[in-house]
Unconditional design. Structure first.
Length: 396
């Protein structure tokens, strides 16, 4: 179910947006509109939905419209046209008091530059949003302490922001947002001011926190690697428009425009692609009752030196090698249990290639891709993985 719906959203900067809106309807470019009307198009006919509990990333280069868009989402900017619905409540219908109430109760913002109050302690900074909500003193202190514990800063509440590192200050910003228990977290390039290693740590911590809390996150970034790591879905913007929207693998494997293709060409694909995108479909298998002769025959037909064994429901039972099957045939035996290797390396379909590269490099057998029911869905072999990392989509 969508918690946020954006419909044909347009934001024009200038004192007379009507002419610009008319030219947009007629298909004029942003440059032509600026030259003709002296108005600037910030966001142009953007539509999308964000599901409850989703990590939705809006990304693009400077001037793409992403920051304008998030400021429309929280009501700081009033759109020139279109609608923004938060749980079916249209922001365009709210007055100033209604917008303030929405921000206090439904959403919270995490800023790029931390935006902490230097004269307040860490704990008092986290308390601030609860103060604005009018939460009783004893309750807000407890909630603030719980929020600091969530981000691992429970021992730092009495210090001041300038006594903390940049990464710790950003954790305080996240704790302040979480303390009010919002449904929606709006994060405007929250990690871009941090050093690269600290930034990676903060990304990992955010994902770990999200696993527990399942908030709805709208995350703004100009960094594609960050977008691919954090986003369940990504909206890639250029010149105020969304030029492609999809999950990380879709954007990497099927760029919709030359602009997107150039954007993704140098990305570390191993961190974004998953096992399901490069696995070879598991057509070559054997059932236990078929015996070693059938197993050898299938291996010979497909030019492989080992084969997975599954039951009739495709549950993975193990793996046998041609050498072991041949010995069993020489002994005149039909049961494969004695040569069945049940210690098969397995991964789930959504496991990132980055996290399994070492496993693939060092295991002597293919890696099995199994679902939550332990059914065999595919195999990872070095060739298919290399092809995926090189940008070719292969399957069997």
């Amino acid at each position: 179910m969508a918690i946020i719906e954006v419909r044909n959203l347009t934001k024009i900067y200038g004192s007379n947006p009507a002419k610009a809106l008319e030219m947009i309807d007629k298909g004029y470019s942003n440059d032509a509109i600026r030259q003709e009307t002296k108005q600037v198009v910030g966001v142009r006919n953007v539509s999308f939905e964000v599901e409850r509990g989703e990590n939705f990333v809006i990304m693009g280069l400077s001037g793409s419209g992403k920051s304008t868009l998030i400021r429309c989402l929280n009501g700081l900017y009033r759109p020139s046209a279109g609608d923004i619905l938060i749980e079916d409540q249209n922001l365009m219908d709210l007055d100033r008091k209604g917008l303030l109430e929405l921000r206090r109760k439904k959403m919270a913002m995490v800023f790029q530059r931390f935006a902490l109050l230097p004269h307040r302690t860490v704990l008092d900074n986290v308390v601030y949003g609860l103060e604005v909500q009018g939460v009783p003193v004893n309750v807000r202190k407890q909630k603030a302490e719980e929020a600091l514990e969530m981000v691992g800063l429970e021992q730092w509440g009495k210090l001041y922001p300038d006594q903390l590192s940049g990464g710790m200050q950003q954790r305080v910003g996240i704790a302040r947002a979480l303390a009010t228990d919002p449904d929606i977290l709006l994060m405007d390039e929250p990690f871009s001011a941090l050093d690269p290693l600290i930034r990676q740590d903060m990304q990992d911590e955010l994902l770990a926190l999200q696993q527990k809390l399942r908030k709805t996150i709208v995350f703004i970034t100009h960094d594609l690697d960050e977008a691919l790591k954090i986003g369940d879905r990504i909206a890639l913007m250029k010149d105020g428009e969304v030029v492609q929207m999809g999950d990380p693998e879709e954007i990497l494997l099927h760029p919709a425009t030359d602009y997107v293709a150039r954007f993704v060409q140098n990305v570390d694909r191993s961190k974004a692609l998953t096992a399901s995108s490069v696995m070879v479909r598991a057509h070559t298998i054997v059932y236990p009752r078929e015996g070693p002769m059938v197993a050898l025959r299938r291996m010979e037909q497909h030019g492989i030196s080992g084969i997975f064994v599954v039951d009739r429901d495709f549950h993975l039972l193990g793996y046998i090698t041609a050498e072991d099957a041949d010995k069993l045939v020489e002994q005149g035996k039909r049961e494969v249990d004695s040569i069945l290797n049940r210690e098969v390396p397995v991964v789930s379909p959504d496991t990132s290639l980055y996290s399994i590269m070492e496993l693939i490099a060092h295991t002597p057998m293919p890696v099995a891709v199994v679902d939550t029911d332990k059914k065999l869905r595919g195999t990872l072999v070095r060739g298919s993985v290399i092809a995926g990392l090189a940008g070719e989509r292969r399957g069997a």
